[in-house]
Design a protein around this ligand. Structure first.
Ligand SMILES: [Mg+2]
Length: 185
């Protein structure tokens, strides 16, 4: 049985559609949900770093909008199965309050009973991840911080991280079904 750590945004919740709609409404720019990651959106000059951060604040920090997040495909089926298989699951997110509170409430509404640690925006997850056997994130930088901390590291694949070379930092998983299979090996 393993101690499994999971990122929240991009592993459990999918904010791609909300960010895409928000960017159109707030800034009049058209960015497809699958491309919505800071490196791409800011890196390619669609939004400034400040605009991106503001958009994140609006989406993660506004209750009415935050509750419109979609669950990632398969999570509602396979995450409870991980627990049923006997694994311990801990969510480690970069969200701070009040964004964390919204994530917790959203999870309960989705029928997910989860334990959360919020490390705050821009902070490493290393300390919170001590003792975990496996960790999953959609951000390779977060996984890079865990090389000496968590033995098995997985990047959850999306269009926005498809260009990233994972090297020895992590292996990829493309779906919750694949992730569940991986934990059975
Ligand atoms: Mg994430």
């Amino acid at each position: 049985m393993m101690k499994i750590g999971l990122d929240f945004d991009g592993v459990i919740s999918d904010c791609g559609r909300l960010k895409s709609d928000g960017a159109r409404k707030l800034y009049g720019v058209d960015i497809p949900p699958a491309k919505f990651k800071k490196e791409i959106v800011v890196g390619e000059g669609h939004l400034t770093a400040e605009q991106y951060r503001n958009l994140q604040n609006v989406i993660y920090g506004t209750r009415e909008i935050g509750f419109l997040m979609e669950p990632v495909d398969g999570v509602l089926h396979f995450l409870p199965r991980l627990v049923a298989d006997g694994h311990t699951v801990l969510i480690i997110t970069s969200r701070g309050e009040p964004e964390l509170k919204i994530a917790k409430e959203w999870s309960i509404r989705q029928g997910l009973r989860l334990d959360f640690v919020g490390v705050g925006y821009g902070n490493s997850k290393a300390e919170a991840a001590i003792g975990l056997d496996l960790y999953v994130d959609d951000d390779l930088d977060k996984l890079a911080d865990l090389i000496d901390v968590v033995p098995r590291r997985f990047l959850f694949s999306w269009g926005y991280n498809a260009h990233v070379d994972v090297g020895t930092i992590a292996k990829r998983v493309a779906s919750w079904e694949e992730l569940h299979r991986t934990t059975q090996a």
